[in-house]
Design a protein around this ligand. Structure first.
Ligand SMILES: *Cc1c(COP(=O)(O)O)cnc(C)c1O
Length: 383
């Protein structure tokens, strides 16, 4: 716990820039070796206080609509470099599309219908904008249905059966996004399906966007295989390749620090923390997965076992069971590992509980509290 200071009020997320740079360096290695361009998917990681670091490596962002695109424009841009803002939405709204056209370099449509509706209009507003269609390769080995964009009845992307060759005169690229926390072999399977279904269109494109879900920065990921896949693909078709990972950027770059508020007993020892699985670590319930806690073991593995619960009134607001060598005490810090991706971007003020602060540990060791939240963040979302 050496780098966790007791001075900052819990709960807080702490992103370590040294760890973030390590990820970015690996991603940059992939860019340089493969010739692909990598952009950040804001959906998974949007701590914009780190963007001055992130933009040293990545050429831009992919956004899921107007608000993320605005954030990319405002916070990722840098005077002396061309920033790429790619925007993809499952469906665009009439009142958003003009502004999206003004601030995006690429606009990706989900269906031929939306593309036909808006192609002319966005080109009139911004003649430099490049249009693309997201297709559904109908091949994914995504581990969970909730995270499988190619699952049965998926609304995400156009299947071959729904592809309309009329789109070809408007688009310069095709996108797919079919992976979730997966290795390069899964990409190979998706690419094979993509080429089988849409191969005849690829040569007419300027770029193909391979989406996100590439778990590049996870230990053991087959980086060399990814590089080879991209190089072979670029050589075969003469197109640019984009990757747009979110999770791989924020992967293992920091923690959620919380505190034990009380310990109660009901068949077992239960520690109530000043954070929440429901509000602050939602994927632990949705995925679901068990977040690692620093210094802990599985239930029963070490001498003292506790169930960790959140400080909301939701019965199921439970992080899991953890064991420790020493008994926990009220006031102890509890540190959840790897809580920087898909956490604060999904936070809610459910039950009025305080949002965790956002903290960066700079590379010189300084801790900077970027933002603290309070009552008004709760009130202003209600009326
Ligand atoms: C979520 C998403 C990403 C990023 O996925 P990660 O799993 O975080 O890498 C990229 N592209 C699209 C279209 C997405 O929906």
């Amino acid at each position: 716990m050496s780098n966790i200071t007791a001075k900052i009020n819990t709960p807080y997320y702490m992103c370590e820039e040294a760890l973030l740079r390590k990820n970015l360096e690996l991603l940059d290695f992939v860019q340089k070796e493969s010739g692909a361009k990598i952009i950040l998917a804001l959906k998974g990681f949007a701590m914009w206080g780190t963007f001055p670091l992130v933009r040293q490596y990545l050429v831009g962002c992919t956004s899921s609509g107007l608000h993320e695109a605005l954030l990319a424009r405002e916070e990722f841009a840098q005077d002396n470099r061309e920033l790429e803002v790619h925007t993809y939405s499952p469906a665009y709204k009439d009142e958003d599309i003009d502004e999206i056209a003004r601030i995006s370099n690429h606009i990706v449509f989900n269906s031929p219908n939306q593309l036909f509706n808006y192609a002319q209009r966005v080109k009139t507003i911004n003649q430099n904008v490049s249009l693309s269609l997201r297709i559904n390769p109908e091949q994914s080995s995504s581990p969970k249905d909730i995270y499988n964009p190619c699952g049965i009845y998926s609304r995400l992307g156009t299947t071959l059966a729904n592809f309309d060759e009329g789109v070809l005169e408007h688009i310069e690229g095709l996108n797919f996004h079919a992976l979730c926390e997966q290795d390069a072999d899964a990409l190979e399977e998706v690419l094979a399906a993509f080429e089988e279904k849409f191969g005849k269109y690829i040569k007419d494109m300027k770029y193909i966007n391979f989406g996100g879900g590439h778990h590049i920065t996870r230990e053991g990921y087959d980086v060399e295989r990814l590089i080879k896949i991209i190089k072979d693909f670029r050589a075969k078709y003469g197109v640019d390749v984009y990757l747009e990972p979110g999770e791989a950027v924020g992967w293992q770059t920091g923690v959620l620090v919380s505190r034990v508020l009380d310990i109660v007993h009901n068949g077992m020892d239960i520690a109530i923390l000043d954070t929440s699985a429901e509000a602050h670590m939602p994927d632990t319930l949705a995925m679901p997965y068990r977040a690692m806690v620093r210094g802990s073991g599985e239930a029963g593995e070490k001498r003292y076992t506790y169930r960790f619960g959140g400080n909301t009134c939701l019965a199921g607001d439970i992080m899991g069971d953890y064991s420790f060598d020493e008994p926990l005490r009220v006031g102890d810090l509890v540190i959840f590992e790897d809580q920087i991706h898909y956490t604060f971007v999904k936070n809610t003020t459910f039950n009025g509980i305080k949002l965790p602060s956002l903290v960066i540990k700079r590379e010189n060791g300084e801790m900077e509290v970027l933002r603290e939240f309070g009552y008004l963040d709760y009130k202003n979302r209600l009326s």
